[in-house]
Design a binder for this molecule. Structure first.
Ligand SMILES: NC(=O)c1ccc[n+]([C@@H]2O[C@H](COP(=O)([O-])OP(=O)(O)OC[C@H]3O[C@@H](n4cnc5c(N)ncnc54)[C@H](OP(=O)(O)O)[C@@H]3O)[C@@H](O)[C@H]2O)c1
Length: 266
């Protein structure tokens, strides 16, 4: 028996990268899984590759908030319960503050922040009624620091920490846990899919992401943090530059901010 036996986990952003890797790891651990993203055909590929019957494909656009109430109902109905919600789907950004159109700032907030909090609001009554649940939020090291070219992305990730720390303080009495995950550089499609100043797709594999930590090992680290009910956990390559950045920010913020001014965006 694993922590995930007889548990239902809903993962957004499961068509690629960290979400896809989490799906395979959770399938091995015996979870029932609901997988969401926009591309239904990619979700079906992940479903087949996971090799278990206990996967329900639920296409979902995180920018389409009006569709969330029926999607949440469908997710709960799929296996009669949701035990763990992994908010993972998201987009990154590569553009300066000066050049970034307001619509792009809003789009990143919509996908990376507002969708998470609205899905959470809709799922809460179900978890509170059952007196059990766990929200797992894939933030970023950028949820704690700021570097050039990431204003919208870092703003959304910082906002997640404020919101979900408050939620944890509200719902622990209902036996509902909140785990914030801070990945470093992970080898995924994230930089290819990042938005530019005008909302286009970057389509470039950044050097740091290209040399990033493997998604499958990241998924294993996330699963361990979920099992332990961690409040907040860095995942990625131990002792990496981003691990050091996070710790420097915690221990010596003034020095960290001086160093980040010169960070070369990749
Ligand atoms: N890779 C890293 O270095 C890194 C570091 C820190 C944090 N993260 C975070 O990790 C999470 C997963 O990213 P990843 O690295 O695995 O990148 P990825 O390979 O680009 O995967 C992103 C996932 O999000 C989904 N998605 C994007 N926009 C969506 C929308 N509007 N509606 C529904 N789904 C949407 C994509 O699916 P569809 O295109 O099919 O919709 C895809 O499944 C993100 O929250 C990201 O910020 C990644």
């Amino acid at each position: 028996m694993s922590y995930f036996t007889n548990k239902t986990v809903w993962i957004t952003g499961a068509s690629s990268g960290i979400g896809e890797a989490l799906t395979y790891e959770l399938a091995k651990q015996g979870a029932r899984i609901i997988i969401s993203a926009r591309r239904a055909e990619e979700l079906k590929r992940v479903q087949q590759q996971a090799g278990t019957a206990n996967i329900y494909v639920l296409p979902l656009d995180l920018e389409a908030a009006a569709s969330f109430p029926p999607k949440v109902e469908e997710a709960i109905a799929a296996f009669s319960q949701i035990d763990i919600m992994i908010h993972n789907g998201g987009i990154s950004q590569r553009s300066t503050v000066k050049d970034t159109l307001p619509a792009v700032q809003r789009k990143v907030m919509e996908v990376d922040y507002f969708s998470y909090i609205e899905l959470t609001r809709l799922l809460l009554p179900h978890m509170q009624q059952r007196k059990t649940g766990q929200f797992v939020v894939i933030s970023s090291v950028m949820g704690k620091i700021g570097t050039p070219m990431r204003s919208a992305y870092a703003a959304a990730k910082h906002a997640l920490h404020g919101f979900f720390d408050c939620l944890r303080a509200e719902v622990w009495k209902d036996n509902i846990k909140v785990t914030l995950i801070l990945p470093g550089y992970i080898r995924t499609q994230v930089s290819l899919n990042a938005v530019t100043a005008t909302g286009g797709k970057l389509n470039e594999l950044g050097k740091n992401i290209g040399h990033g930590f493997p998604a499958d090992k990241t998924a294993q680290q996330i699963i361990r943090a979920v099992q332990k009910g961690k409040f907040e956990k860095f995942v990625g390559r131990p002792l990496s530059q981003e691990w050091m950045a996070l710790h420097l920010m915690r221990l010596f913020p003034t020095m960290a901010i001086k160093i980040f001014k010169n960070a070369v965006p990749q």
